[in-house]
Design a protein around this ligand. Sequence first.
Ligand SMILES: NC(=O)c1ccc[n+]([C@@H]2O[C@H](COP(=O)([O-])OP(=O)(O)OC[C@H]3O[C@@H](n4cnc5c(N)ncnc54)[C@H](O)[C@@H]3O)[C@@H](O)[C@H]2O)c1
Length: 369
Amino acid sequence: MSIRTIPSGQLNGNGHRPRLRIAVVGAGYWGPNLARNLKASPDWDLVAICDLDVERGRKLADSVGGVAVVESLDELLDTCNLDAVAVATPAHTHHGVVMTALRAGKHVLVEKPLADSRAKGLEMVDEAKARGLVLMADHTYCFTPAVLKIQELVASGALGDILYVDSVRINLGLVQPDVNVFWDLAPHDLSILDFVLPGGLHPTEISAHGADPLGTGRDCVGHLTFGLPNDAMVHIHVNWLSPTKIRQMIIGGSKRTLVWDDLNPQQRLSVYDRGVSLEQQPRSAADKKASAISYRLGDTWSPALQEREPLGQVVAELATSIRNHTMPRTSGESGLRVLSVLEAVTQSLGTDGRSTIVAGNETNLQVVR
Ligand SMILES: NC(=O)c1ccc[n+]([C@@H]2O[C@H](COP(=O)([O-])OP(=O)(O)OC[C@H]3O[C@@H](n4cnc5c(N)ncnc54)[C@H](O)[C@@H]3O)[C@@H](O)[C@H]2O)c1
């Protein structure tokens, strides 16, 4: 990828790279987390907070040491001499805010989901590419030590061939005003799978079922399924109505099975050397039935994980991508692969869960590692 060269890539007199200048747009629930990590980063100079709600912007600006507060995006882009903006506004505003920032020549970090439709996401990715700017999706989980370890275990073949993935992301969630539970929560599961699955997230068809039992106007409970090569299957359950909070992903492999329980800091990951094996490789369905099934009952171990805040890694990766002209791990393209699945989810929901083709997977978007 070719990215605009910026003068701030050179070393200053102390041998340190000068900090890049950034502002956070959106000072609601998530914006403060971005602002705090940018403020703490040696790569960034957090120069302003922008929010339509000036009081909210001022409160956040005060909490990070009194940076400037700006009400309008145009004023922010005109006056603050920024290298980049970090966008933490609601999903339906991402396209407008991001396109304005890109057209003003700014690199962009944007919250998940990249946009509220695939067409808008594609426009954003194309705009960034045409201008040689970094467009990074904040798929925060891809920067957690647990997900990095999962990616390493899958890539090394320690789990063998993937047989199934079962992900549960449920709790009493905030019913979002602009998106349903799939668009709010499933971007996490889908972006994680895009990162850890060999070859990335490229289902050709998906099927989704949703329910809105309280009549909120949008699905609050959802189940999404799709296939992987070799008849493997992925199931994702997202739910805003559950009184218990569960964040669990099971990746069943032909050699080992991995269980990620993100709410168990003492043992987030467990690798089970247990499972079902066929004693001989079957050649046909009839052979398969006849094959002898055996059970492996080996050890369970828990990889050690370093605890560190993923958003710190997100903002460091953004700076590295800008300075080195490289594609971030969670590029706009990865955000687009997530949107392709989400859009198919919407179509499947409209047809009572019928299997739906995922647009874009027939194109030659590259998976970048
Ligand atoms: N990465 C994660 O783990 C994670 C977690 C939570 C939320 N998010 C994402 O963060 C984004 C924001 O979610 P939230 O819960 O913080 O929303 P929120 O409603 O709490 O805050 C959004 C803020 O954006 C402001 N805003 C809206 N339009 C604006 C505009 N055009 N210009 C300037 N300010 C504007 C609003 O006034 C509000 O203060 C969403 O995309 C959400 O999916 C990501």
